[in-house]
Design a protein around this ligand. Structure first.
Ligand SMILES: Nc1ncnc2c1ncn2[C@@H]1O[C@H](COP(=O)(O)OP(=O)(O)O)[C@@H](O)[C@H]1O
Ligand SMILES: [Mg+2]
Length: 221
């Protein structure tokens, strides 16, 4: 369960103050698949970053299973993120010096949980249709393949919460469909709570719920 209370984020650009999020209240129950929509610049990525504890709010709270993550130190947040959150970036963020398999094993190693890691990584890569690509480096993979590696990596630790920022934004529609089907299957099988930022109608329609942001506020949900 994700609870967001009176969440604001403002930044000081040096010359003026920008209010990016102006008071967001949300409750996303366990297992729900929520789509966040809204025009470019409405604050979607900022909100997702706050849900992941990748950034600090100006005020307000983000509670994951009742725990206010905005009060955690960076170290404690990193530990909690490892236990609870998988994050998929629009631009993949794979490590270029690691193979597909090594990229997926990495979070398991960082969590001190790498026993059977190679097998789990291969099983996940197989699942996303990348059998035969285990030893490829990111530059040797297409955008769609890289995004599928990123997805396998996000699920490596079986996170109860999966956050994704426009995961199909850089993909052609056929590959986008493959990624969406995978997300749906993993949501169903693992009961993961999923929050996805998307512009895409097909993805939004597959969600249990659509949350629309406009100018830093939730305008419908
Ligand atoms: N570091 C920053 N400095 C200045 N403006 C920012 C910064 N981060 C975000 N913004 C502004 O905040 C608004 C919301 O950004 P963002 O959350 O990325 O929106 P979205 O993901 O909905 O397109 C945008 O107008 C953006 O320009
Ligand atoms: Mg964005």
């Amino acid at each position: 369960m994700i609870q967001v209370r009176a969440l604001t984020k403002s930044i000081d650009t040096g010359t003026h103050r920008v209010d990016i999020l102006k008071g967001i209240d949300l409750e996303i129950p366990k297992g729900q698949f929520a789509a966040i929509m809204g025009p470019s610049g409405s604050g979607k990525s900022t909100l997702l970053g706050l849900l992941a504890g990748l950034d600090f709010p100006t005020s307000g709270q983000v509670l994951l299973d009742g725990e206010d993550i905005t009060r955690l130190s960076e170290d404690d947040m990193a530990l909690l993120r490892g236990r609870k959150i998988g994050f998929v970036f629009q631009s993949y963020h794979l490590l270029p010096t690691l193979t597909a398999e090594e990229n997926v094993v990495l979070p398991m190693e960082l969590a001190g949980n790498a026993t059977g890691g190679r097998e789990r990584a291969r099983e996940l890569l197989d699942r996303v249709g990348l059998k035969g690509r285990f030893d490829h480096y990111p530059v040797q993979l297409s955008g769609g393949e890289q995004q599928r590696v990123a997805l396998a990596r996000a699920f490596a630790l079986r996170p109860p919460i999966l956050l994704a920022d426009e995961p199909t934004g850089n993909l052609d529609s056929a590959t986008g469909k493959v990624v969406l089907d995978l997300l749906l299957a993993l949501n169903r099988e693992q009961g993961a709570t999923m929050v996805l930022v998307t512009h895409e109608q097909a993805l939004a329609e597959s969600a249990d719920r659509r949350i629309v942001l406009h100018d830093g506020l939730v305008v419908s949900q």
